[in-house]
Design a protein around this ligand. Structure first.
Ligand SMILES: NC(=O)c1ccc[n+]([C@@H]2O[C@H](COP(=O)([O-])OP(=O)(O)OC[C@H]3O[C@@H](n4cnc5c(N)ncnc54)[C@H](OP(=O)(O)O)[C@@H]3O)[C@@H](O)[C@H]2O)c1
Length: 246
């Protein structure tokens, strides 16, 4: 594996588990020092930090709930005082929650859109802190491209993140910062662990490879977008779903 990100510093939100964990490990393998943000699961974040160190990499764990604006600011300040620079921001933290219109309560809606608000202000802070020539990647969902029932609030909360990314790509362009979003299909993580077997099986058969996605399938694309090879890609929504079609 190349060490193409040597000398760079990456911040991955929600990096203790799932896609964020795989992304932190991959960016570290490429040579970046990584800020592993977590909200609740310190033990899992510490395990990610240890795994990075075991492979000769450098990581710091920093707790912050990205739905709270003061904690977002504190996260960037702590990252900056630990590493002195920031080159790559990955907005990964998220919560699941699929329910039909008829059964979606206000609390469930608010918890999804609290993340959306958090992503907006993380992007705003990223614009201040990410170095010229840096990279910003947000994790949306392939559900924004479809009409799946039971996905209105979740997909709606992610669609806003895609629009933030498009607009920010223009505002960050003069500083040569690229801003993109990845739209994953179903990935095997804690978020999807509770899926009914029939839903899982349908998702598997909708891909071209008859399997569900793995966190590495997304992390590797984040690493590409973070690399110099992706310098001409910005404002893009990249579907990464194994060719899944309904
Ligand atoms: N899995 C899928 O099929 C799939 C598909 C499309 C998109 N996505 C998106 O991919 C991203 C990662 O999902 P995943 O499947 O890896 O989920 P996951 O395994 O449930 O992990 C979610 C991570 O987000 C963190 N998090 C949640 N709320 C947070 C907050 N307020 N502040 C800081 N961190 C917070 C969690 O931290 P703690 O561990 O500390 O609680 C955890 O590390 C999400 O944005 C999700 O919507 C997932």
């Amino acid at each position: 594996m190349s060490r193409s990100l040597s000398g760079k510093v990456a911040l991955v939100t929600g990096a203790a588990r799932g896609i964020g964990r795989a992304t932190a490990l991959r960016l570290a393998a490429d040579g970046a020092a990584v800020v592993v943000n977590y909200r609740a699961n310190k033990a899992a974040a510490t395990e990610v930090q240890r795994a990075i160190a075991a492979h000769g990499g450098e990581a710091a764990i920093i707790r912050a709930d990205v739905t709270k604006l003061d904690e977002i600011d504190a996260l960037f300040e702590a990252a900056s005082s630990r590493f002195g620079r920031l080159d790559i921001l990955v907005n990964n933290a998220g919560v699941g929650g699929r329910s039909a219109f008829s059964t979606t309560e206000e609390a469930a809606y608010d918890s999804l859109f609290a993340i959306t608000k958090g992503v907006f202000f993380t992007l705003k802070a990223g614009l201040t802190h990410v170095e010229d020539g840096g990279r910003i990647v947000s994790i949306s969902t392939g559900l924004t491209r479809g009409w799946a029932s039971g996905a209105a609030a979740y997909a709606g909360s992610k669609a806003a993140i895609e629009q933030f990314s498009r607009a920010l790509s223009k505002e960050a362009g003069p500083r040569q910062i690229t801003v993109n979003a990845i739209l994953p299909g179903v990935i095997e993580t804690d978020m999807t662990a509770g899926m009914a077997e029939e839903v899982r099986s349908a998702a598997r058969s909708q891909t071209s490879f008859s399997r569900l996605g793995q966190p590495r399938d997304i992390a590797d694309v984040v690493a590409f977008l973070a690399s110099d090879d992706a310098r001409w890609i910005t404002g893009q929504m990249i579907v990464v779903n194994g060719g899944s079609t309904p």
